[in-house]
Design a protein around this ligand. Structure first.
Ligand SMILES: [Zn+2]
Length: 87
């Protein structure tokens, strides 16, 4: 169950840096979305707060995009939608 390792290893949202102070806030985001074939595996997951997970859930990506590119696009998308969370 690799997801459990991610849960305990990361204390911050990978997109906006929100720190997790409660289990209910934490979710696992698939970097390449499930509808595009992304799986729940270590190379394709990142911890995210529920808000970021929801905001990024409808994004689509070109096949073969790198993990880092997708994360940067999601970060930018989150920053647009939730500017109040940025410093
Ligand atoms: Zn977040």
């Amino acid at each position: 169950m690799p997801c459990l390792m991610i849960f305990s290893a990361s204390q911050y949202c990978g997109f906006d840096g929100t720190s997790f102070n409660g289990w209910q806030q934490l979710s696992v985001d698939r970097i390449l979305p499930g509808k595009q074939g992304g799986k729940y595996e270590l190379g394709n997951t990142i911890t995210a707060c529920n808000a970021c997970n929801t905001i990024t859930s409808r994004m689509t990506f070109e096949p073969g995009q790198y993990r880092e590119e997708i994360i940067e696009r999601k970060k930018a998308h989150v920053a647009e939608r939730r500017p109040f969370t940025q410093e």
